[in-house]
Design a protein around this ligand. Structure first.
Ligand code: SF4
Length: 177
């Protein structure tokens, strides 16, 4: 029996839409499950990264914890793929770079519809940093842009990797929403 390709994924500063697009592959996931093994990922809720063939990141780096996760996954994978505009370019998350951290937190927690809103403060909450795409923190081997990338684009990229090729997405399967 041929060993399955081990895949781990991370969800950083993002909306989870890219992972949802992966799950939108529906019955194709059953075929994929015959050739890949999902290890640490929000889907399995396993959080410790062990060495894998392919690491995948959704979302940008927006705080020190995100940066730690990106570096940890990079150190534990042979090929790192990024899903979605947030991970590829900073995306919609990077809009907060236009404002100070104080302005952003006030907008999160003290809005027109909030009564006595307070900004949470705990050493367990990593402070926000400037939003960065993944390739400003670690080396990225392949990109699947889109917001979110279509399930077809994600499937194409995974299939190319399974065939031993670094995927270069044809323009007709990229989505620019
Ligand atoms: S690229 Fe779009 S769908 Fe993916 S995490 Fe960012 S905002 Fe969400």
């Amino acid at each position: 029996m041929v060993a399955k390709i081990k895949v781990a994924t991370a969800w950083l500063d993002a909306c989870a839409g890219c992972h949802m697009s992966f799950l939108d592959l529906d019955e194709v996931l059953i075929d994929l499950a015959n050739v890949i093994e999902l290890t640490a990922t929000p889907i399995t809720d396993i959080k410790e990264f062990l060495p894998v063939d392919v690491g995948i990141i959704e979302g940008a780096v927006g705080n020190a914890h995100d940066e730690e996760v990106a570096k940890n996954l990079r150190a534990n994978c042979k090929i790192l793929m990024v899903w979605g505009d947030c991970a590829c370019f900073g995306g919609i998350v990077s809009m907060r770079n236009l404002f100070s951290t104080e302005e952003v937190l006030q907008r999160y927690y003290n809005t027109e519809s909030t009564k006595d809103g307070k900004i949470p403060c705990s050493e367990d909450i990593p402070p926000l940093t400037t939003v960065k795409p993944i390739n400003q923190v670690v080396k990225v081997d392949c990109y699947v842009p889109g917001c979110p990338p279509s399930p077809e684009a994600i499937h194409y990229a995974l299939t190319e990797l399974l065939e031993g090729r670094i995927p270069v997405l044809p323009s007709e399967i990229m989505r620019f929403d």
